[in-house]
Design a protein around this ligand. Structure first.
Ligand code: FAD
Length: 265
């Protein structure tokens, strides 16, 4: 069984900064493995422990994104691919999905399962996984809570929906977007870290993946960010925070009374 796991390097901050071009500022910001993708790797490891699956990790990003690929290799991934080329720069989610799909098709044409995280903490669109599935014309299951079983043809998963848990099966090949879990993720052992440090990481460029140049990067991006801003929280009808606790309580009491909260007393 061949599994592709998509992971993303993201700025290590929840305080995202923007460039003057309305793109995310990445220079000078410490980078980490997207916390949700830790669980994409975990899902792959779980299948690997139960079957003879081979795990290939893919990331699209600059050279420094190699770091997260080595982290995945250290905990048990078998192969790693860095999808990297200046021509991929300024990709929106459509171009990112197209590029990753082309890279998987090239490097792992006989894949059985692609696993993505729920979303990336910087872009936060959750569009990349579904876009990859669309580009490869395979089914997708999102909000996957658990992968219950896998055989050569079918995967059975549970997924979290608004009013409960859904159990479903999907034919392979399939793309799964997995949810974050409460469990502690696998820790790398010293041997794993040493092997990962020396492992070969294959770089895939635009020429390697055979995607037409007009489908990649800025040229292949039908959307652009026209404005990026942090919404100002507006607490309408609340007492000024500098007011004394007594007057704030009185204010809230009067508001509740106006709303009829004490009518039945
Ligand atoms: P999500 O879709 O939330 O991620 C879901 C999952 O997909 C992840 O958990 C992971 O498993 C997988 N995944 C996501 N990204 C990757 C990746 N790179 N490699 C491997 N797996 C991945 N970014 C720029 O740097 N420069 C730009 O100019 C730029 N312009 C943009 C314009 C628009 C309109 C938009 C919407 C985004 C733009 N971006 C730009 C951001 C870029 O498109 C996203 O970083 C990228 O498409 C991933 O989307 P996301 O962060 O929302 O990930």
């Amino acid at each position: 069984m061949k599994i592709a796991i998509c992971i993303k390097q993201v700025p290590d901050t929840t305080d995202i900064q923007w460039t003057e071009h309305n793109t995310i500022k990445r220079d000078g910001v410490e980078s980490i493995l997207n916390p949700y993708d830790v669980y994409a790797i975990e899902a792959g490891l779980k299948i690997k422990h139960e079957t003879d699956a081979e795990l290939s990790v893919f990331t699209m990003g600059p050279a420094q994104a190699e770091d997260i690929l080595r982290k995945a290799l250290a905990v048990g991934a078998d192969r790693a691919y860095l999808i990297s080329d200046r021509k991929f720069a300024a990709a929106d989610t459509y171009a990112t999905g197209s590029t990753i799909a082309a890279a998987i098709k090239k490097a792992l044409p006989d894949f059985d399962i692609i696993i993505c995280g729920q979303f990336a903490i910087d872009g936060d669109t959750a569009q990349t996984g579904p876009t990859i599935a669309n580009m490869l014309d395979i089914p997708q299951v999102t909000y996957v809570k658990d992968i219950e079983s896998v055989n050569e043809d079918i995967v059975t998963v549970t997924r979290e929906v608004e009013d409960g848990i859904e159990k479903l099966t999907a034919e392979l090949p399939v793309l799964l977007c997995v949810l974050k879990k409460d469990e502690d993720p696998t820790r790398a052992k010293i041997n794993g870290i040493i092997n990962a440090r020396n492992a070969e990481i294959q770089t895939l460029t635009l020429d390697d993946i055979g995607l037409p140049p007009e489908r990649a990067g800025l040229k292949g991006s039908p959307t652009y960010v026209s404005k990026a801003f942090r919404p100002v929280a507006k607490h309408r009808n609340l007492p000024p925070t500098e007011a004394s606790p007594e007057s704030q309580v009185l204010f809230l009491y009067n508001k509740l009374q106006e709303l009829g909260a004490f009518d039945n007393e």
